[in-house]
Unconditional design. Structure first.
Length: 200
């Protein structure tokens, strides 16, 4: 997805993919070569590579990787697909990604490393804090607060003015009609907190 977005923007010359796992020699992703592991980051920066983009779905992994890239001196520009709508008054943090057909309304604030996935919408004056993840087709109404590291599953909806706590998870298709506390899983319509395993 990230490589596809970069190709669509045509703003960057992509030199290759650095794989945090065990890179396969000669492997390519969407025609872009895998050029090594994370041990190459310092060398690539010294040789003139200026910017980096993360392709990690997990918010805590994104936070750690973004900090490591910043420590090496990489720029971490936000990445916005050209088919997304971003209101001119919105603010988008370092390393944030706004995917195809997404909508970012007026005075929305997206923190660092946020992902707003395909066809997701964040409406007026809402704030999505650092490294939260909005899956495809998520809808966040106006004046909401989505806490740091929160995960909203595919098609989840958040009603006007609600607070989804830091690290909370809203299940696929769930509809939040009330706030969700930090670090819990809420599922269903209306969304209700699911007790930990063995406690329901």
């Amino acid at each position: 997805m990230v490589l596809s977005m970069l190709a669509a923007t045509s703003e960057y010359d992509v030199i290759g993919v650095v794989d945090a796992g065990v890179p396969c020699s000669g492997e390519a992703i969407l025609g872009v070569p895998v050029i090594g592991g994370v041990d190459r980051l310092a060398e690539l920066r010294k040789s003139g590579t200026e910017a980096a983009f993360l392709a990690l779905g997990n918010g805590s992994e994104r936070a750690a990787a973004q900090a490591a890239l910043a420590a090496h001196g990489y720029a971490l520009p936000p990445l916005v697909h050209p088919t997304a709508f971003v209101d001119p008054t919105a603010q988008i943090g370092a390393g944030a990604q706004v995917c195809a057909m997404a909508f970012i309304g007026p005075e929305v604030v997206l923190g660092d490393g946020v992902i707003v996935n395909t066809h997701a919408a964040v409406d007026h004056e809402s704030r999505v804090e650092n490294f939260a993840t909005l899956s495809p087709a998520v809808a966040v109404a106006g004046r909401c607060l989505i806490g740091a590291g929160a995960f909203l599953g595919i098609g989840a909806k958040v009603s006007h003015g609600l607070h989804i706590g830091a690290g909370a998870r809203l299940g696929a298709g769930a509809v939040a009609l009330a706030g969700v506390p930090p670090s819990v899983l809420a599922i269903g319509i209306p969304a209700r907190v699911k007790p930990p395993a063995g406690m329901d």
